[in-house]
Design a protein around this ligand. Sequence first.
Ligand code: SF4
Length: 358
Amino acid sequence: MAETTLTAPPVKRIPKPTKPFIPDLVYFEPDALEYPKGQKIMEFVKARNIEYRMTTSHNRITNLPGETEQEKYRMAKRTLVVGLRKTLKFDQSKPSADYAIPISTGCMGHCHYCYLQTTLGSKPYIRVYVNTEDILGAAKGYIDEKTPEITTFEAACTSDPVGIEHITGTLQELITFMAGQEHGRLRFVTKFHHVGPLLNLNHNGHTRIRFSVNADYVIRQFEPATSRFEERIEAASKIAHAGYPLGFIIAPIIWYDGWEEGYAELLKRLSDSLPPEATKDLSFEMIQHRFTKTAKNVIQQRYPKTKLEMDIEKRKQKWGRWGQYKYVYPDEQQTALRQFITERIFDHFPEARIDYFT
Ligand code: SF4
């Protein structure tokens, strides 16, 4: 009788969970320590033996460690600055909401295409503001001004607030505040899955939490230091289960060899993974990739090996509201992307709503 050789089944590698962000260095404005949130962050820092320094202003951090510009940039992305928000005039936040509610600025993620690289200029470190009551007071003013119309606030215009929630707790305060506002609504988007502290809050359906998702190729190539796709989807299910209105932002939509398979697969994976309760009242937003000449230069310096395609010759020029041309896809490509992804969304989620394609 012939001997049978037993071969072990292939071992499936389970990737490690993405850990919550812990800064390497923290700066405090002295005034911040007079607020409970400032004190709480100081306790967090001391309990972990994180190096900290005092600074006169959260806008003037000049002595970050690092020999080269790239090293300084990497260090800045691991530096937290704790201060007070002085400007309480909110910026507009179209098309996602009426106003940007300023709770933090900067992000620990390393998405190659991220617009914060240019909008934050030489201040890529992460700033968090501890005077939340002042910020909520200003939000209340905006709500009252527009009542009985609804006023919406976007909390993720200049950062990814979920990525630092375990340090600040600010989203919990915002969600709870907005639950009591008949005419106020909150929304934010994230690429992080650390949503645990948000799950048991009384949100009253007034906060829409959206997850930023993309084709596997885009996530792997261009979104280092963020949570994996599966982690984001698992977090989305938890958020839906907790009764929050849920949404997805597909951004940036990128034209690459195989984009049709990539985006078809994305929608299929979403539909396979989401529990039925997550598919009710589901919103989608779609943003095609765009860049300015300034952004292209910065990206090439900071991520010199990036495969991000930024050939101006292949793009359509569009006047941007920041007083610079931005480069989007030519109309034909835009239409193909929009139509293809829209069809896939409605194939899998017939009850979903598409807020915009831009
Ligand atoms: S997670 Fe968002 S805010 Fe952070 S680097 Fe990536 S795109 Fe920018």
